[in-house]
Write a protein that binds this ligand. Structure first.
Ligand code: LER
Ligand code: MN
Length: 275
């Protein structure tokens, strides 16, 4: 398991509350490496506009990998969702999903995340879920061709009405039935929707579907500032053989740099403790 910090790329027009680190791209990458992260998760709103050679050069210089290409800014900062009621907006969102897959492949990122970017149920839930199934199955095809995977994130009930927990996520994926589409489990959402720290991660792993993990405490502060039992979560991830990323996606409080450093310090300490 490796630790990553979520940052937003320079073209994102507003500050995303859960994006960490201050400064320009070069400064953010240098800070992430200095803090002890092995990767960064990139929140982008214009995936096709990023200069791949610049990113590869700066990532390489800092010995960092891209843990994920994140769609978290699409709904928040660009008002784009895959299930948007306006067909032109939904079409643009689907184009951005394709562009994120292309970007992830170019930057050797293992996953593209789909959280709030999916949108909400438009008319009725069954129809929206069926439409989301079609969209993500097609995205799974494209992702597989590009050597990338799609990680769908169960969201807490206040942020989403389609797929709130691991059971709903696995049932949805069972129906969707594509090997390149799996789950992103976010500890902050787990805290609200699940009844165990360990079982959601274990179930997703046993189904072969845990593709990515987001870290944030129950108050969305860095791990260690709230109530979540990260040691128990790490133990279940370790026992079930999870080797992917633990990516901090949390509030930049008291400031985005301190939150990043505190996350790395707390988690790397826990990861050294024998389980
Ligand atoms: C939002 O709460 C979140 O967890 C993001 O990963 C969703 O896009
Ligand atoms: Mn998340």
């Amino acid at each position: 398991m490796r630790l990553a910090l979520t940052i937003q790329t320079p073209e994102v027009p507003v500050q995303v509350p859960v994006a960490l680190l201050s400064g320009n791209l070069a400064e953010k990458l240098a800070k992430a490496a200095r803090m002890g992260a092995e990767g960064v998760e990139l929140i982008t709103t214009q995936p096709a506009s990023l200069d791949i050679s610049v990113y590869l050069e700066q990532l390489g210089r800092n010995n960092l990998q891209v843990a994920a290409v994140a769609s978290g800014g699409m709904a928040f900062a660009a008002r784009l969702t895959l299930l948007h009621a306006d067909p032109a907006t939904a079409a643009l969102a689907r184009l951005r999903l394709d562009e994120m897959i292309t970007l992830a492949a170019a930057l050797h990122a293992p996953v593209v995340t789909v959280g709030s970017f999916r949108g909400r149920a438009v008319v009725d839930k069954e129809r929206s879920l069926a439409e989301l199934t079609q969209i993500l199955r097609r995205a799974g095809e494209r992702a597989a061709e590009a050597g990338v995977r799609i990680a769908l994130e169960p969201l807490n009930r206040f942020e989403g009405d389609l797929i709130n927990n691991v059971a709903e996520g696995l049932a949805f994926l069972n129906e969707l039935n594509h090997p390149a589409v799996g789950l992103l489990m976010d500890t902050f959402h787990v805290n609200i929707e699940e009844n165990s720290w360990t079982e959601p991660f274990r179930q997703a792993m046993q189904a072969g579907k845990l593709f990515h993990v987001h870290l944030g405490d129950n108050n969305r502060l860095p791990p260690g500032h709230g109530l979540i039992d990260f040691a128990a979560i790490l133990a279940s991830l370790h026992e079930t053989g999870y080797t992917g990323w633990l990516s901090a996606e949390l509030l930049g409080k008291p400031d985005p740099d301190t939150a990043g450093q505190e996350t790395i310090d707390y988690m790397s300490h826990l990861m050294k403790v024998p389980t």
